[in-house]
Design a protein around this ligand. Structure first.
Ligand code: FAD
Length: 398
């Protein structure tokens, strides 16, 4: 087995890591706790610098203005960008835009590409993805109530429904909305995807759902949306009718690798902070925290767990690049809950090592603790992914 870094990213990763530390870490304290418009303005300059260095949209093909990195190469880059909550945004590869970009590139019509993809690729607009509904279990997304019906005799559509936790809906130029087009069809063929400009009459951002004490606005927010008699032209359908879930599945495979690698970045940064604090903090003159057995155990366990998690994700990415997302189904489900757990345990240990400072907003740890808890819920809760893995493992014994 070859554990060396792919040549395309071997030199890039230390450079990007330095850039993130020098340009983004100093902005976090100011930007994460203020209105997003303030952050957007400050980050515009950083994004320009990223573009000048040729690092914009690492995961997008060169013909669309990106770097054209493979799933594995972009995964490695995400692990470095994930060290800061601002990293992926600064490089244009933040969720949910990254997933929407991918769908538009693969399935968008020429008109959709021109109107929606162009501004997204340029970083001039943002988007959101609206599938989950408050009244239905997001863990079983084929069961939903949002309806898209033909508009009278015309070939347009009328959408009615209620969505929530549409990340980054606040300020988005358009939403990719999942809606039932044929309630009688087989359950995986019932729904379709639509591109809905957010200024369409009948589209309403009801509120940003507060999360763990954070009101949320702009990109770091989660919107509740109502669609009431929202009329769309025929050209709003994204991909073929009835293919909504197939497209969503396409969007999730590489997305999970990137999430997991971003979480590795969160864990690495937390371990870094824990080690620095352990060495610098003295419990009595000449007696650093780092001498305590409990802290050394946290550090050793975190190091071992993060390394194991990293190898598992890289293996899943490697398999996906070679054999496709379907073949890597077990690996992708396994890393989803494995890495989320490792990240959250590491963040918790780092907070404990910092004492009161750990729960203050003076370090990035409190942001990680509150905003990353969701990792065990979105893109499939832990329990759903464990069920997938167990089912496949047990097949060999049946
Ligand atoms: C921060 C964040 C961002 C999000 N962003 C988006 C977005 O941009 N767009 C979007 O459409 N949605 C988004 N979501 C919604 C997300 O996809 C759902 O929250 C998720 O699918 C779980 O659905 P639910 O919340 O309805 O929980 P439910 O489906 O009600 O599940 C509740 C709990 O039940 C348990 N459970 C569920 N199924 C099983 C099972 N089969 N076996 C055993 N236990 C089970 C799990 O513990 C689960 O946490 C986001 C959510 C969060 C928290």
């Amino acid at each position: 087995m070859d554990f060396s870094l792919p040549p395309r990213v071997a030199d890039l990763l230390p450079e990007v890591e330095r850039f993130v530390a020098e340009r983004l870490y100093p902005l976090e304290g100011d930007l994460l706790h203020k209105p997003w418009a303030h952050a957007e303005e400050k980050l515009a300059g950083v994004r320009d610098e990223v573009r000048e260095r040729g690092w914009w949209l690492p995961q997008v093909a060169e013909e669309h203005g990106g770097m054209g990195l493979s799933v594995l190469e972009h995964g490695l880059t995400s692990s470095v960008l994930g060290r800061s909550p601002l990293g992926l945004y600064a490089f244009g590869c933040q969720a949910p835009d990254a997933g929407n970009l991918e769908i538009l590139i693969d399935h968008g019509s020429d008109e959709q590409k021109e109107r929606f993809l162009g501004p997204l690729v340029a970083g001039r607009s943002r988007s959101c993805f609206a599938m989950t509904e408050p009244e239905f279990p997001g863990s079983n997304p084929v069961w939903m109530a949002t309806r898209a019906q033909r508009d009278g005799d015309g070939d347009g559509w009328v959408l009615d429904g209620h969505k929530w936790f549409a990340s980054s809906a606040d300020g988005a130029a358009f939403a990719v909305v999942m809606a039932v087009t044929d309630p009688e069809a087989e359950r995986h063929r019932r729904a379709s995807m639509f591109v809905v400009p957010t200024d369409t009459p009948g589209y309403e951002l009801v509120r940003n759902v507060p999360v763990m004490g954070h009101a949320g606005d702009g990109w770091p927010s989660h919107g509740e949306i109502r669609l009431t008699g929202c009329r769309l032209p025929a050209g709003a359908l994204l991909g073929p009718e009835g293919h909504g879930f197939a497209l969503a599945q396409d969007r999730l495979g590489p997305g999970r690798i990137h999430h997991c690698m971003r979480w590795i970045g969160v864990a690495e940064r937390s371990l870094d902070l824990m080690c620095r604090r352990a060495v610098d903090r003295e419990l009595a003159p000449g007696e650093p925290l780092a001498e305590k057995g409990a802290v050394r155990e946290w550090i050793a366990e975190s190091r071992a767990e993060i390394d194991a998690a990293r190898f598992a994700v890289l293996h899943a990415a490697w398999k996906m690049d070679r054999e496709g997302a379907k073949a890597a189904r077990v690996e992708i489900s396994a890393i989803k809950f494995q890495v989320a757990g490792v990240m959250l345990r590491t963040v918790d240990r780092a907070i404990q090592a910092h004492g009161a400072l750990g729960i203050s907003d003076d370090t990035v740890l409190s942001w990680f603790y509150t905003q990353e808890r969701a990792a065990r819920i979105y893109d499939g809760p832990d329990e759903v992914h464990k069920a997938v893995v167990a089912r496949r493992v047990l097949r060999a014994y049946e």
